[in-house]
Design a protein around this ligand. Structure first.
Ligand code: 6PG
Length: 473
């Protein structure tokens, strides 16, 4: 009895997905390359660790693994993005048959996914570039899954992904066909961009409460829990409220953690994509830059000693400030999501991906890192009108109108007192730019024409006409 699906790569995510596939009663083959120096084969050991009744076969021989899967084959590859995935694909090509399908479930760059699909298409092999979010626990219990590639491949192999994904509140799978070629990995990249900015937003909010307001981690955790109760529920807010309570002996663990953030690049990829597509991505880009600045710890320490800037305490009414901070948090989160969805919309138009924004938000309502009540709302809104901007939906206008004043007040007070607020401040800046009928760009156009004769359009003339002025005469 051959396996229905194969899985390559038994790292943390691969193992969890394999267990998830088994708990959904799929007959499974797993492969892990033989690791020199380790006596027991990784795949065999994994199989031994499963209960005997499980329909699983383990291999360290790729050919035997491939031959153990029924045709047309579906093979999920859970290895690191970059070179490792290419090596696996190279090794698989001669072993596969027409119509087989490879699913790349790693965080691959969407352009690499486009190239790989084109290459594999020449060998009549399908390729589904698939974003998977939710970390180890999500992979085990149900992640959010974003597959992109040929529709025909999804129609055949998508059932496995739909079965193992999380369920939304209506019990529908948090996996949907995203669109052709690199769209699945593009959407996962934007998911991570939104994730970066939501994390930085929480970090800034915590920082203000801790140092500007001198609250303890326990008090801050309670404030965050209160916000959850008030309706701002999100996974990231929940884990932040929780991690603040972790103690190590007498100390809070958070105080022992070095303030240098790591990153694997997906946030920055979103920024590059935004630059290429000519869209604005301030909250996400600022969250990447904030991680970069965090990395220059020794320079920051030196500069702080040279400048000795005062970081003053809050002299406003404390309760009012916390209320404003809650509103600022809500407003920034909405603006950040809007920014991420605008990027997907532009990519969709440019690449003719026909992304369904409501469905993307829906599969992000559970299983993934950025699941939240806001995401549920966004999914409902885009169902009303797909090609719209989040900030233009009446329900969002109403919420922002009652929250942005608080956002500008929090940012003004925080900056005045010496606290860096890259995401909060970029959100209000973006919002004011987005809602300004008159921007300052007429000056830019005049400058460009002045020094470089780049020409400009006029408000009082048809837009297909361009003008140049001899500015010095
Ligand atoms: C997810 C996460 C995950 C991502 C990490 C790494 O959706 O489960 O987005 O896929 O790779 O969060 O991000 P860093 O760049 O912060 O390491």
């Amino acid at each position: 009895n051959k396996s229905e699906i194969g899985l390559i790569g038994l790292g943390v995510m691969g193992k969890s997905l394999a267990k998830n596939l088994l708990s959904n009663n799929f007959r499974l083959s797993v492969y892990n390359r033989h690791v020199d120096g380790i006596e027991v084969d990784v795949a065999k050991r994994f199989v031994e660790d499963q209960s005997e009744s499980e329909p699983i076969l383990g291999f360290d021989d790729l050919e035997k693994f491939v031959n153990s899967i029924e045709q047309p084959r579906t093979i999920m590859v859970m290895v690191n993005a970059g070179k490792p995935i290419d090596l696996v694909i190279e090794a698989l090509i001669p072993l596969l048959s027409n119509g087989d399908c490879i699913i790349d479930g790693g965080n691959s760059h969407y352009k690499a996914t486009i190239e790989r699909s084109e290459k594999l298409a020449k060998s009549n092999i399908h390729f589904l570039g698939t974003g998977i979010s939710g970390g180890e626990e999500g992979a085990l219990k149900g992640p959010s899954i974003m597959p992109g590639g040929a529709k025909a491949a999804y129609e055949r192999s998508g059932k496995y992904l739909e079965a193992i994904a999380a369920k939304d509140k209506s019990d529908r799978s948090c996996c949907t066909y995203i669109g052709p070629d690199g769209s699945g990995h593009f959407v996962k990249m934007v998911h991570n961009g939104i994730e970066y900015a939501e994390m930085q937003l929480l970090a800034e909010t915590y920082h203000l409460l801790r140092f500007y307001l001198s609250k303890t981690p326990i008090e801050i955790s309670d404030i965050f829990k209160n916000w959850i109760q008030n309706g701002a529920q999100s996974y990231l807010l929940e884990i932040t409220a929780d991690l603040l309570l972790k103690k190590e002996n007498e100390d809070f663990l958070i105080d022992k953690i070095l303030d240098k953030a790591g990153q694997k690049g997906t946030g920055g990829w979103s920024t590059v994509a935004a630059l290429e597509l000519g869209v604005s991505l301030p909250t996400i880009s600022e969250s990447v830059m904030a991680r970069n600045v965090s990395g220059i710890k020794s320079k920051r320490v030196e500069a702080s000693e040279i400048y000795k800037l005062d970081k003053s305490q809050c002299d406003l009414d404390e309760e009012t400030f916390i209320n404003n901070l809650e509103k600022a948090f809500i407003a920034t989160s909405i603006i950040n999501h809007h920014i991420g969805f605008e990027l997907m919309q532009e990519a969709s138009t440019t690449n003719q991906w026909e992304l369904n924004l409501s469905e993307i938000a829906r599969i992000w309502t559970n299983g993934c890192i950025i699941r939240s009540t806001l995401m549920e709302k966004i999914s409902e809104l885009f169902l009303l009108k797909n090609q719209s901007s989040l900030l233009l939906f009446p329900a969002i206008v109403q919420t922002l109108k009652s929250n942005v004043t608080a956002l500008s007040e929090v940012v003004s007070a925080g900056l005045k007192s010496g606290y860096p607020l890259p995401v909060l401040s970029s959100a209000i800046n973006y919002f004011y730019s987005y809602t300004s009928a008159q921007s300052s760009a007429n000056i830019i156009q005049a400058q460009r024409d002045y020094f470089g004769a780049h020409t400009y359009q006029r408000v009082d003339k048809p837009l297909d006409q361009y003008f140049h002025t001899n500015w010095k005469s």
